[in-house]
Design a binder for this molecule. Structure first.
Ligand SMILES: [Fe+2]
Ligand SMILES: [Fe+2]
Length: 408
């Protein structure tokens, strides 16, 4: 809403009144009495100092809310209430997506139609639609030149499929990359493996850590170079946490390959990474929306008409990933759009990681738990990620991956 307000040249006071109206717009007109509104606003605004509410809500906020509920568009407050109306309609349509098969284009068509019928301001609808400026190909192009080695990722995954993959096959892959070999030696010589005697050979390192851990090091090492900048460290940390959580859920479910789950967790947000690499003005729009209180998925839908799951799927397709991994990433915030078990596991893992990339949807949560066949409540802590402390060194100094525990 702030974004629309800024594009109709509203001043800071009117913009602030609109932002406060947005927080309160769900409440019935009967509670528009000043003191009640002050208390509600105090409860809704994080960090709103208690006792400092006397200036809020201003008369302007109450005016906007009265017009919003009474639909009287013929006065200045009514014009501002129209901004709330347009933003509210769009938001509510997005919230209904788990229950119906419409896409974002159809939602914008509906908005257009309602505006033509005279129920919404066509100029404001045009502004909202005009915020979509980023095309899918533009995002996919962002990652083409980045130093990632999908071939190593896929080779590591292929080796997981071969139950009897020998040490020499793995050794062959590790030898193709110096950084990867260095990471493996570092893990093998770490205190986690009680490394009293230092080893320098790749074969010995594989024997010490075991084939399973070796494959994970391969995957994580191949993907890490995408996240070298300090601004992306948090996203990398989240990807490692997700790899462990998704692997844990796969083990709990029993019908998903845990190795694939680990890889899916690592790469699930590659679409978010691409958003960070957009042209400066688009990144600016994106950050402004997120800092203004929009969840990343919402901001992406506003700016692009698709979210980072869809973008990530296209990127993985360009890296020739297997189709079922592509589908899982595509569905990781929209499990209702397909039937991927791994997509549902990623959806739940996102929630358990506490990443807050999208609003929590009870409908999607219940669908994901049903699909995996695991109970909604998980008091025994089953499905918690296996200990993978050896991954911590990939995050860098001073940062250790943490996992929010407990199922919701
Ligand atoms: Fe995520
Ligand atoms: Fe995500």
């Amino acid at each position: 809403m702030r974004e629309i307000a800024s594009r109709v040249n509203l001043g800071p006071v009117e913009s602030e009144a609109l932002a406060q109206s947005a927080l309160l717009h769900h409440y019935a007109p009967e509670v528009l009495e000043t003191e009640t509104l002050n208390r509600l606003l105090g409860a809704l605004r994080t960090g709103f100092p208690p006792g400092a509410t006397s200036a809020f809500p201003s008369r302007a906020v109450r005016g906007i809310l009265e017009r919003f509920h009474a639909a009287k568009p013929d006065d200045p407050a009514g014009a501002l209430a129209q901004v709330v109306e347009v933003a509210n309609f769009f938001d509510e349509r997005l919230e209904f997506l788990p229950f119906e098969t419409v896409n974002i284009e159809q939602i914008f068509d509906e908005l257009d139609w309602i505006a033509r019928e005279g129920f919404l301001d066509p100029a404001l609808v045009a502004i909202l639609a005009g915020l979509r400026q980023v095309r899918m190909q533009e995002l996919v192009d962002q990652v083409q030149w980045l130093p990632v080695f999908p071939a190593v990722l896929l080779r590591a995954l292929a080796l997981t499929a071969e139950e009897d993959s020998s040490f020499s096959q793995i050794e062959e892959v590790v030898r193709t990359d110096q950084v990867l070999a260095g990471h493996l030696l570092r893990v093998a010589n770490s205190a986690l493996y009680g490394a009293i005697q230092r080893i320098a050979g790749i074969r010995q390192a594989i024997e010490r850590v075991g084939v399973d851990t070796c494959r994970k090091v391969m995957m994580a090492s191949a993907f890490q170079p995408l996240f070298v900048s300090t601004t992306l460290r948090e996203l990398w940390q989240h990807s490692l946490v997700m790899a462990r959580l998704t692997e844990g859920l796969a083990q709990l479910c029993g019908r998903i390959d845990p190795h694939e789950a680990f890889l899916a967790g690592l790469v699930h947000d590659v679409g978010r990474l691409a958003f960070q690499k957009l042209r400066r003005e688009h990144v600016g729009d994106y950050r402004r929306l997120v800092e203004g209180g929009c969840e990343p998925v919402f901001a992406e839908l506003v700016l692009c008409g698709f979210e980072h799951g869809a973008a990530g799927a296209e990127i993985l397709r360009s890296w020739t990933f297997p189709e079922h991994l592509i589908e899982a990433v595509q569905q990781h915030h929209r499990p209702e759009t397909g039937d991927s078990l791994l997509g549902a596991a990623l959806y739940l893992a996102e929630d358990r990681s506490g990443s807050r990339e999208d609003l929590v949807s009870p409908a999607r949560m219940s669908l994901a738990y049903d699909r995996l066949g695991i109970p909604l409540e998980n008091p025994d802590g089953q499905g918690e990620p296996p200990d993978a402390g050896w991954l911590d060194f990939l995050v860098g100094p001073g940062a250790s991956p943490t996992v929010s525990s407990g199922a919701r």
